[in-house]
Design a protein around this ligand. Structure first.
Ligand SMILES: [Zn+2]
Length: 490
């Protein structure tokens, strides 16, 4: 059979050894040899040049279209093929027609016309995992900031009035500075009396505490919500866990004075309204927006931005009940949990082997450098090389060693993340209904986003698609897409 090889690198891959295009091509060619296929063409995608990706993939599709015989598409892993291509649906059409087999080398998975449902399910699962995995890497930094914020921690340095310290078990912590926190309190109190301008506050700080804080700094301090218990990040506020210096009332009062009493109070990040931004109107496509009625009931209704829509208003409790009904559909029998765990283990094993290969290689390189350094030290003692040459080389070798360590660390992290995600999702699916009922609004929102796609309301009925792979384990009918949609935000 003729084979098309597809190799691909992404921006994150540049960080990891062994992912390079030549390395992928080499392994794919070896695979083709082993299978006794004949290479028809090789395609390379470099994600750092996004421009031509699409057209390149179209070339592959065209090539498959034009061949009359059955063809094998060889890719290293599922995520090489299906990270970002909408066209995977096209590939599946070719497969169903019997025109195409897809070989995933590392997953040891071949998908063809006669693939049974468990193989297809493995593919689905792998595509899903690849997507979540990729998001996980690319959002790493963003996530760790968000994670900290949601945990009530501060991602960066503490503002003036606080000090960054460490707890007994060596965790980062933030405490009020014994002296400066008092100054901050005074600044807020003085300004709140409305008797002092910011300039005058600055002067008083100088007189009373002998601290030089110019007007600009005072302004900055008066706007900092951290003092009353909130982290500000990208215009949103997140409650933090550290000791506050001033009360929320005092902070609000100061904001009102600064704004001349007219501006709106701060918006709270997703706090009061559970389903804000999650639901759309099925009739007209507009967002559903929450509104409080008679002080306590929260209703959701169509924003009617396009035109008058005349849909009913829905109580938040009613929406919760309907969401809950959806999530209740998901149940994975223990037997299936076991079998999926095995599938995951199997494809994980491939990654572990690969990790071992690469890390052995890197450790080898590290040791070579170490030997060179030791040898060089002896040469220096012998007097066969000069001190300055030794120093120059030492810096060079040490920096190479530190690069290798970084690579090793990256390798470890991405790999364990992958597995954690898989197991996490599996457990999540299994316990979703219970988690949904118990948990805080924030977790509820997360769970809905992970499990359901495009929730819409048609008058009084909530409709949503249960995402793959959760839909595989859902009882009863659901709007069912064959592959995860490109625009879905998993
Ligand atoms: Zn509407």
């Amino acid at each position: 059979m003729k084979a098309i090889i597809l190799a691909r690198v992404s921006t994150e891959d540049q960080m990891t050894e062994g992912h390079s295009i030549p390395a992928q091509l080499e392994r794919a060619r070896e695979y083709v040899r082993r299978k006794g296929f004949e290479i028809k063409s090789e395609h390379q995608f470099d994600e750092s040049s996004i421009k031509d990706q699409r057209t390149k993939f179209e070339l592959v599709i065209d090539e498959i279209k034009q061949t009359t015989e059955r063809i094998a598409l060889i890719v290293e892993t599922v995520d090489r093929l299906q990270r970002s291509f909408k066209e995977s649906v096209l590939l599946d059409t070719f497969r169903k027609q019997g025109k195409l087999e897809i070989h995933f080398i590392r997953e040891n998975l071949i998908i063809h016309q006669d693939s049974n449902s468990s193989e297809i399910q493995r593919w689905d699962l792998a595509v899903f995992m690849a997507k979540s995995y990729v998001l996980q890497i690319s959002d790493n930094v963003k996530r760790s900031i968000e994670h900290k914020l949601k945990n009530g921690e501060r991602p960066g340095k503490a503002p003036i009035g606080y000090v960054n310290t460490r707890t007994e078990d060596d965790k980062c912590w933030i405490e009020p500075h014994p002296f400066k926190s008092k100054v901050i309190q005074r600044i807020f109190e003085w300004y709140a009396t409305e008797a002092f301008s910011m300039d005058q506050v600055s002067q008083k700080v100088k007189e009373d505490f002998n601290l030089a804080l110019p007007k600009g700094r005072i302004d900055f301090i008066l706007k900092e919500p951290f003092y009353c218990g909130l982290n500000r990040h990208k215009g949103m506020l997140y409650p933090h866990r550290y000791q506050t210096i001033i009360s929320k009332d005092l902070f609000d009062k100061v904001q009102a004075i600064k704004a001349g009493f007219h501006k709106k109070p701060f918006k709270y990040a997703g706090l009061p309204y559970l389903y804000r931004g999650l639901i759309r109107c099925e009739k007209c496509g507009c967002a559903y927006t929450p509104e409080r009625k008679k002080g306590k009931y929260i209703y959701y209704h169509c924003t009617e931005y396009h035109a008058k829509c005349d849909t009913k208003w829905l109580r938040e409790e009613e929406i919760t009940k309907q969401f809950s009904d959806y999530i209740d559909k998901i149940h994975i029998p223990d037997k299936i949990v076991k079998s999926i765990s095995n599938i995951l283990k199997k494809s994980h094993q491939g990654k572990v082997d690969y990790y071992n290969d690469v890390s052995t290689e890197l450790k080898g390189q590290y040791d070579v450098l170490q030997k060179r350094i030791e040898k060089m030290y002896e040469d220096k003692l012998d007097g066969s090389i000069t001190e300055s040459f030794y120093n120059k080389k030492l810096i060079e070798y040490r920096s190479e060693q530190s690069n290798i360590n970084t690579k090793l660390k990256n390798l470890q992290e991405t790999d364990s993340n992958y597995y954690t995600t898989a197991i996490y999702l599996l457990n999540l699916a299994n316990k979703a209904p219970a988690i949904f009922k118990r948990s805080e609004p924030d977790i509820k929102r997360q769970l809905i986003k992970i499990i359901l796609q495009n929730p819409t309301v048609n008058d009084v009925t909530l409709n949503a698609t249960i995402r793959k792979p959760f839909s595989l384990w859902a009882k009863g009918p659901s709007r069912h897409n064959w592959l995860p949609r490109e625009d879905s935000n998993l």
